[in-house]
Write a protein that binds this ligand. Sequence first.
Ligand code: NAP
Length: 305
Amino acid sequence: MNMNPEINGKTELCGVIGDPIGHSVSPALHDAAFRALGLDYAYVPFHVRRSDLPAALQGMRALNIRGLNVTIPHKVAIIPLLDEIDPPARQIGAVNVVLNGSGRLIGYNTDAQGFLHVLSEHGIEPQGKNIVVLGAGGAARAICFALASQGASLTILNRTVTTAQACAEDISQTFRLPLKVLDLNRKNLAYALHQASLLVNATSVGMLPAAGVSPVDRDLLGTHLTVMDIVYNPYKSKLLREAAQAGAKTINGLEMLVWQGALAFEIWTGHQPPIDVMRKAAAAALKRHCAANGQIAAAATAASQ
Ligand code: NAP
């Protein structure tokens, strides 16, 4: 259970809205952080369908909910419903955190900064590096803007190339940097990865329940690469397992999930997030989720990290 046993009339409420929402590890991550700091906050997952988003935000105001995480499919649709958008979130075109400041709803994007925190923890400096990003959806856009802001040389590959072109055009309006867009296929991957030092999978390929696939053939991976998969469910995707076998360094998506959550925690509470507590709680929640879905091997891996 993620209920705060001391909920009372002054308890601040936060939560996450999405559809589906049953898989979310955010309640465990935030609940653990509130408890670790002794904060009188509680966190609830809300299953909000696309058509109910405006009503959900009215509810946020009416119930004086302090903060929300926003996940699939609401990250873009929420923008016109908010009172103010933090400039980086406006540039990216996606909001994953909402703060209720006395009835005024302010949107932020912590996916981008969370991603950069992970790179920094791994000693990766994007400036001037050839970096390949797979995907052009909400998460990929945040990652591409984050990398562009750090002066990386970007190649974006996506199944729907027009979406990647739109992302590249938006980035070019703000940042002047080398930027290529390619169809996501083996030939283009071989070309792009040959020159790259970092590969980021920001597609949903490899995510449970379709965990048996990878967006990149194993023979295209090698020791010259660091491979980050933002898919965190399963804990070690097929891409990460094959990258490790090929001698590449690997970074798991749970690290970004924890950092984007930690930055949201700071926005809502004004307190420094207890990162290690959040990391352990997220891994344990993922273990429970994997076990509940029969993913015993993935669960064991997650628990041992
Ligand atoms: P999204 O906006 O729906 O974008 C999905 C992306 O995946 C698009 O680029 C899409 O390509 C691509 N894609 C989907 N199925 C594909 C397939 N069969 N073959 C090739 N490409 C395919 O979703 P999102 O919000 O960006 O999330 C993407 C993934 O990142 C999800 O697994 C999500 O759980 C994860 N995520 C992780 C974190 C974290 O903190 N670790 C944060 C956010 C998201 P098209 O444009 O061609 O459809």
